[in-house]
Structures are given as C-alpha cells and as structure tokens.
Design a protein around this ligand. Structure first.
Ligand code: S3P
Length: 175
C-alpha cells in the first residue's frame, strides 16, 4: 500500500496534521527533518551553519532514498524545501500520494514567526515576513506539483487531516 506524504511551506502544519493522519490510519509517522537531524547528529540550524544548505538538501535526498526502500505504508511529513530538488520528485511519487498543505503568508508568519530553529526564517520580524512572501513565490510551482492542495488557514490539524482522508478515499474509489 502507498504511503501518504505531506509537503508544503514551513508553518503549514505538516507535522501536526501528520500526527492526526497517523493516528487515524494507525500508520507509523516519520518526518524527514527528524531523520536528517538524526543522520547528521545535530539540529537543522547547525547543519545549515556548519555544513551549508546544499549539504542539508543532499541529506534530505538520502533520507528519501532510505524511506523509498521500504514498502510499508507510513505517514511521512517532509521539510518545506524537499519539493525544490528535481531528483526528489521520483522518490516522493514512489513513496505514495503527495498532499500539499497551504497557508497564506500572514498565517504562516503568525504560526512560525521569526524562528532561529528554521534557518531560512531567522532574522528580524519584518525581514522574515518579506522572506516568507519571497520564498512562497519562488516555490509556488514546486508545491503545485503535489497530487492535491489542502488549505489550512482557520482549520485545525484534525480538520485538515479529515479533508485529506476524504480526498484519499475519493481517489481509491475513482471519484
Ligand atoms: C525548510 C523547512 C524546514 C527544514 C529546513 C528548511 C525549507 O522544515 O527542513 O529549515 O526550506 O522550507 P519545516 O517545513 O518542517 O519547517
């Protein structure tokens, strides 16, 4: 059976929605950020600072390759930038259905703010707001490649999970 893969910008709720989905489906939950952290033996901010972003992107691909080796269904939350590398797409699709969570720039800023744990969103608040808009615009096409998009503004993780499960059922039944 296929896994369910969640992609989407930072702060769109991938981790919280993945917890709900794993609970509802009784599937294991994995997170590519956690697996990258475990593999590097240090938090993401330190990987970026000490090894650079390109190294982190390589790690993400390595983690996806490892995950693709197993066929058991899992809920897989991913880091917001996993959609950027072309080489990751065949791996994401091999893993299963790819659902993209979305949120508006203001909502994303409200949720994550300026955040030293997320190196791409570190800095002064107004600078970070601008960076969120810029990155969202740069990545729009990459996120659009997912099998479906799920808005999260004003919804709880449980509601978003419900929408994803309904979509999945529809696909299974050929709707
Ligand atoms: C990133 C998103 C982060 C993490 C890293 C880079 C990105 O994951 O992988 O800081 O490029 O969007 P979350 O989306 O879980 O915050």
């Amino acid at each position: 059976m296929k896994s369910l893969v969640l992609v989407g910008f930072m702060g769109t709720g991938k981790s919280a929605v993945a917890v709900e989905l794993a609970r509802r489906l009784c599937w294991p939950l994995l997170d590519t950020d956690d697996l990258s952290i475990r593999s590097a033996g240090k938090p993401i901010a330190r990987i970026f600072a000490e090894e650079g972003e390109a190294f982190f992107r390589e790690l993400e691909t390595r983690v996806l390759r490892e995950l693709a080796r197993e066929s058991a269904p899992r809920v897989i939350a991913t880091g917001g930038g996993i959609v950027l590398a072309e080489r990751n797409w065949p791996l994401l699709r091999a893993l299963g259905e790819v659902a993209c969570l979305t949120a508006g720039a203001e909502e994303i800023f409200r949720r994550v703010g300026a955040n030293p744990g997320r190196p791409l969103l570190a800095g002064a608040p107004d600078e970070v707001q601008g960076r969120i808009r810029e990155l969202l615009a740069q990545r729009r096409e990459a996120y659009a490649r997912a099998d479906a998009q799920f808005a999260t503004d004003g919804l709880t993780p449980a509601q978003v999970a419900e929408n994803i499960l309904r979509w999945r059922e529809g696909r299974k039944n050929g709707v």
